[in-house]
Design a protein. Structure first.
Length: 277
């Protein structure tokens, strides 16, 4: 009887684990209603996506007292408490690959403003399993729209990169010496088999350890285009995550850069997100 009970517990544990690992195929944002699975597959482009339990936090603030023209109090000073609103989304577990982007071009009819130089792409991302590079913000946005998704905001990207742990410096923690286990980046003194400029390049997506929430290459490999502008002057679109040419310091979760949305480079790519209705 004791042996039977032990076997039943094992089977129950396996069943829960299998359910947790099951990937649900989703066709559109509307199809995410009621979905709580940690992993899904986005049917349009075949991308694996993971659930990010994002919260929108509105900080507490003081609203000053209001007086009329005679100095009489109309409304006393009030304190508006912090507000937290759950706004989960799914994020591509991997950066968009060359293979995914080729599928997009063939099936959508999209024509970039500047023809893609595939010789340049294949020099640094030589297979369909490597991240797509030499695409600008407009190309990334067009892909996301075709797939029925969008680019992440800078805040969403950073929240996802932290993996549920606040105040850590890198996606994996605070120890910079572990960077080589999690990221393809520059300045690794010959330990990086993908090497540096000009002979190196990107690594196939998923070549390194995953970070929190099940994301790969959230640091290094390619800088990732995000949705918003970097400042009020609307000069540059936000880029996050560092690249295969970055120093370790640029892999920090809080690090951000920007560039004009029409600029392309061998170290820029993207990944997409989809909101849960």
């Amino acid at each position: 009887m004791r042996k039977f009970s032990w076997m039943l517990l094992v089977l129950m544990a396996f069943s829960v684990y299998a359910e947790d690992e099951k990937e649900v195929v989703i066709e559109s944002v509307e199809g995410l209603k009621g979905i709580t699975a940690k992993k899904i597959v986005w049917k349009k482009d075949g991308a694996k996506m993971v659930r990010i339990p994002y919260e929108i936090v509105t900080p507490a603030k003081n609203e000053p007292a209001v007086y009329d023209e005679f100095g009489d109090l109309v409304k006393a000073e009030t304190i508006v408490p912090e507000e937290r609103k759950s706004s989960p989304f799914y994020m591509d577990a991997y950066e968009v690959t060359v293979g995914h982007f080729k599928k997009f071009l063939k099936s959508s009819g999209y024509k970039p403003d500047e023809a893609i130089n595939w010789n340049d792409v294949y020099r640094y991302s030589p297979t369909d399993k490597h991240p797509m590079i030499y695409i600008d913000w407009y190309d990334a946005t067009a892909y996301a729209k075709w797939a029925g998704k969008r680019l992440p905001t800078g805040d969403e990207w950073e929240f996802a990169a932290r993996g549920g742990v606040k105040n850590k410096e890198y996606p994996w923690g605070n120890d910079e010496s572990l960077a080589r286990d999690y990221a393809n980046y520059g300045g690794t003194d010959g330990r990086d088999k993908w090497e540096d400029w000009p002979n190196g390049g990107t690594a196939p997506v998923g070549s390194f350890k995953l970070s929190g929430y099940g994301l790969y290459d959230i640091a290094g490999n390619v800088h990732e285009w995000c949705q918003g502008w970097d400042d009020s002057h609307k000069f540059g679109r936000v880029l996050r995550g560092g690249s295969w040419l970055s120093i370790a310091g640029h892999l920090r979760v809080a690090h951000r850069s920007d560039d004009g949305p029409g600029r392309r480079a061998a170290y820029r790519g993207f990944r997409c997100v989809a909101n849960v209705p």
